[in-house]
Design a protein around this ligand. Sequence first.
Ligand SMILES: [Zn+2]
Ligand SMILES: [Zn+2]
Length: 412
Amino acid sequence: MSFVRSSCVLALLLTALPSLATDALPTPGPGKPLTVHFFDVGQGDAALIISPTGKTVLVDGGPPEARERLAARLKELVTGPLDLAILTHPHLDHLGGFIPALRAVGARRFMDPGFNHPSEAYRDLLDFVGQSVGQVMTPTPNPAAPHTLLTIGLGEGVSLTVLWPRVPQEPFLAGTRSDANSNSIVAKLTYGRTAFLLVGDAEPDTEAALLQKPLDLSATVLKVAHHGGRHSSTAPFLEAVKPQLAVISCGAKNDYGHPAQETLARLGEVGARVFRTDQDGEVVVSSDGRTVALRAHGGTGPMLVVPGELTPGPIALGPVEPTSPARSQGPGRKSGEPKREAVVIVPGPTATPAEPGSATPAANERYISLKNSKVFHKESCSTLKRSKSERTIYSSRAAAARERRPAEDCHP
Ligand SMILES: [Zn+2]
Ligand SMILES: [Zn+2]
């Protein structure tokens, strides 16, 4: 089963903008703000953008265990189908609640990196969006202007610009800690002097690639990468983003130790105030283009207001060229292929293969789950050493994968 994925992103009915006009500062007043809800979905990610004109963009669909909660919350906040649903990358903690969410409110368009990830859940999602969502697309830069960024206008001067990935202008990152994470959709949402940087589970390689490009990465609010994991959010990246507010989406007492103390320390060093969905519940952040107001606990907590300090202007400060042409090609489109207008997604084999980027398991490697955990680890994983809780031992990866999902720290 396969379907054709449209890459004519410029056909988006949302206005496609060449760049932000520097003098188009929105006037604060009685108009509706730009609001981003960072949902409390446990160990995973899901956020909803509502623009001042009521355009809605869902970014990720949380883990399977949050599916009912997410669908119900979307029904409260969204009338009519989502204008765009983005899956930053095909990991279960971002896609587990996606189908119920789309069933609950619908979507006009679906965008994901187009990275081949042969898991059953991802295949099911692609089948579902292929049948029920009008347009399925990847963030392909405009072929007529390949050195610019793809920008989607959301009305009233609000725009969402995709910084990564840039296939086919650049290959997917490959040979990284997790290639699925590394090729997360990274997008900057801008409104006047304020901006949100949404980075999915971006890895240090993603951050390094972005830092090599002539990009304005500065943002008032950062959705912290990979649930606050210790590898991402490198010091040079945080120095470029300079977030005043940082939101970490993670589950209470999660198996991964997210967020890592090192990451919290690095965020502190750049002066970011940190909010965590495991402690603060749903974090609601609004912008009128000049100031940003944050309230935790679903918008019922005390309001924290910070002034937007960014200089409105284009995000690409020059031609965006491929950074490292010597890097090997990822498992997506082959570099030798001619440029095409549509990408055909072919589901992988039915057996559960290894995650992209993971090493072939040792012949006698065993797999372990901790009590009440939904994930399994390699026996050699250091996370297991930190926990004394009861464990289930599996003699094969296939046996473990039948009951639980692979942990994101050791990628079994
Ligand atoms: Zn994740
Ligand atoms: Zn991930």
